[in-house]
Design a protein around this ligand. Structure first.
Ligand SMILES: NC(=O)c1ccc[n+]([C@@H]2O[C@H](COP(=O)([O-])OP(=O)(O)OC[C@H]3O[C@@H](n4cnc5c(N)ncnc54)[C@H](O)[C@@H]3O)[C@@H](O)[C@H]2O)c1
Length: 296
């Protein structure tokens, strides 16, 4: 495995491209938006510069990582000769089904088709193709270059050989993969998203404020980041999509997204990526203050 295509250059796609490129893979990063592609390269460069200044990588590592990445808006030419495609486009079932149907037509027959979906059924995505044995979930965590976990999700038809290959590739990236079976939200989000939703409900019911709720979880539960800050970091639109998939998939009201989350997404307050969520990031992602909407 040498050639990788990453589809989607947003929060996750640029991190996935970075991780593969830094481990010596040749990466084609594809997006429908040239703006997203340019931002992705600038973000990867910034992250490499930070690693360089902390002496975690050399200047040569930085340059070779960047030279391993090619950007494109042309999916069919980008996937030619790819051994693995990792799809990290917007979390939307219809979009993913459309992309996988197209990938099945345009990719070599041996190409493995991975998806970074946070919650959508791998079996359902695989059914859009004629190669279910080669379709697999490769769920990276944010920020990808730093976080060690990859959930490797087997759809009903995923072969042992493909699962083993993806476990091996994940280890080559310096990650610790965990194999899980296909179920809405898999393991990570099935446990995380109800907690985030409950934190938002706690805020909605004025039990406490944004910083106070985050502080309780940081100091009381030793979480490295509070749930509201984490939701901003993940993207509130992504959180909402995951909860909707789990609510539909389990038909259980405990996964119902709360009103405040829905309203914030409708208002375009998506967290760090839009500049405002539960916190205001107008002075940069590391300089957060509570959003004016939630000042008590
Ligand atoms: N944000 C997180 O913390 C996180 C963590 C793990 C997994 N995920 C999953 O990763 C995927 C991407 O999430 P994100 O947070 O990076 O989203 P994002 O909104 O930051 O980026 C999505 C990108 O996909 C692009 N896109 C949309 N349609 C496309 C198409 N047809 N072809 C190519 N590109 C297309 C958009 O232009 C955008 O740049 C989702 O499935 C999400 O559930 C997200």
């Amino acid at each position: 495995m040498k050639n990788i295509t990453v589809i989607g250059a947003g929060t996750m796609g640029n991190g996935i491209a970075h991780a593969f490129a830094q481990s010596g893979y040749s990466v084609n990063l594809v997006d429908i938006s040239t703006d997203a592609l340019e931002k992705a390269i600038s973000n990867i460069t910034k992250n490499l510069d930070r690693m360089l200044s902390k002496e975690k990588i050399s200047l040569e590592d930085k340059n070779s990582t960047l030279s391993n990445i090619t950007i494109s808006t042309e999916l069919s030419s980008a996937v030619k000769g790819s051994d693995l495609v990792v799809e990290a486009a917007t979390e939307n079932v219809d979009l993913k089904l459309k992309i996988f149907k197209q990938l099945d037509k345009i990719c070599d027959e041996n190409t493995i088709l991975g998806t970074n979906t946070s919650s959508i059924s791998i079996t359902k995505i695989a059914a859009a193709t004629n190669r279910a044995e080669k379709v697999i979930g490769m769920h990276f965590m944010n920020p990808v270059p730093i976080m060690k976990l990859v959930e490797v999700i087997r759809g009903k038809g995923t072969s042992d050989k493909v699962t083993n290959t993806i476990m091996e590739i994940s280890r080559n990236l310096g990650k610790s993969p965990v194999e899980v079976n296909d179920a809405p939200g898999f393991v990570a989000n099935r446990i995380l998203m109800p907690m985030i939703n409950e934190a938002i409900l706690t805020l909605e019911e004025n039990v406490s404020g944004v910083e106070e709720i985050d502080t309780v979880m940081i100091l009381g539960m030793s979480h490295p980041m509070g749930p509201l800050h984490l939701a901003d970091f993940i993207g509130l639109d992504v959180c909402l999509s995951i909860l909707e998939v789990m609510y539909d998939g389990f038909e259980n009201p405990k996964y119902k997204p709360c009103k405040t989350l829905i309203n914030m997404v409708n208002d375009g307050k998506l967290g760090v990526k839009s500049g405002e969520g539960f916190y205001d990031y107008s002075e940069g992602p590391r300089n957060k203050k509570v959003s004016s909407q939630f000042i008590r």
